[in-house]
Design a protein around this ligand. Structure first.
Ligand SMILES: NC(=O)c1ccc[n+]([C@@H]2O[C@H](COP(=O)([O-])OP(=O)(O)OC[C@H]3O[C@@H](n4cnc5c(N)ncnc54)[C@H](OP(=O)(O)O)[C@@H]3O)[C@@H](O)[C@H]2O)c1
Length: 249
């Protein structure tokens, strides 16, 4: 196994997109700390990824104590934290904005946006301010254009895109900060959008299929690599071409 000499922290990575990202970073030789709420699932993921290179820290992404502990544990285990991938996110509500429960909207904002900022503050202070690195925020196509019935989620992902630009400006030149905006990727989170009708759902995509976690893993590996050394503040839309359908005719 090659060794990049780098270490990364990926939030919400016991399954789905976060796991796909952790897998891509481990494959190129990074050491990786993954997080998630369920300890057993996290342990299993660490075993599958390789306990010689991967550790897990259980907790809720929005909890400031968990954020501090995960960053501290990464530095303690690997001596550094070059890359942060803010992937943990939630979408607990479907329905029109006119009926949105504002308490739920606050919760979505806290989990999807403030968690990412909290983790970024901790990695900045612990390592990146002095030594540099990269941050990748997992946004969504719902943050780039309006999507019916997931308005609270879209609003939070749009804020995440602005947070990406803001941090890119403030953390330059040491740290590059970018976002990825995926369309539908086959995970537990998105299952309701394609279950029982995957072929029909996939037909809307010019590339003819839904996304898989590896698609986002590849994009995150690029954005945290030297190949992306002059890329910051950007949102990479990884969507199987579905945005190409927006034209007239
Ligand atoms: N799948 C899609 O189509 C899609 C498209 C665009 C963007 N995204 C974004 O991609 C990210 C990952 O989604 P996914 O589809 O991979 O979801 P997933 O398959 O449900 O996986 C979510 C992962 O995050 C952990 N997690 C969930 N809530 C957490 C919290 N509050 N604190 C800490 N860990 C948490 C889960 O473990 P525990 O349950 O044990 O905590 C799990 O490891 C999200 O930010 C989502 O908005 C997904």
């Amino acid at each position: 196994m090659q060794d990049s000499g780098r270490a990364a922290l990926v939030t919400g990575a016991s399954r789905g997109i976060g796991y796909g990202i952790a897998e891509a970073l481990v494959a190129r030789g990074d050491r990786v700390c993954i997080t998630g709420r369920n300890e057993d699932a996290l342990k299993e993921a660490v075993e599958r990824l390789g306990a010689d290179r991967v550790i897990g820290v259980a907790g809720k992404a929005h909890d400031p104590e968990h954020q501090a502990a995960a960053v501290a544990r990464t530095v303690e285990a690997f001596g550094r934290v070059d890359h942060l991938v803010n992937n943990a996110g939630t979408n607990p509500v479907f329905g029109p904005m006119a009926e949105l429960d504002l308490a739920v909207a606050r919760k979505v904002y806290e989990t999807n946006v403030l968690s990412a900022l909290g983790f970024a503050q901790h990695t900045w202070r612990a390592w990146q301010q002095e030594n540099g690195g990269a941050i990748v925020n997992i946004a969504s196509v719902a943050g780039v254009s309006a999507s019916p019935f997931i308005g609270a989620y879209g609003m939070s992902k749009a804020a995440m895109i602005n947070l990406t630009q803001q941090l890119a400006h403030e953390f330059a030149p040491k740290v590059r900060v970018n976002a990825i905006a995926p369309a539908v990727v086959k995970t537990r989170f998105a299952e309701a959008l394609y279950e029982g009708r995957e072929e029909e759902a996939a037909a809307a995509y010019p590339l003819g299929r839904l996304g898989v976690p590896e698609d986002i893993g590849g994009a995150a590996a690029f954005l945290t690599s030297e190949s992306a050394g002059w890329v910051t503040g950007q949102t990479l839309v990884v969507d199987g071409g579905i945005f190409l359908n927006a034209g007239v005719g």
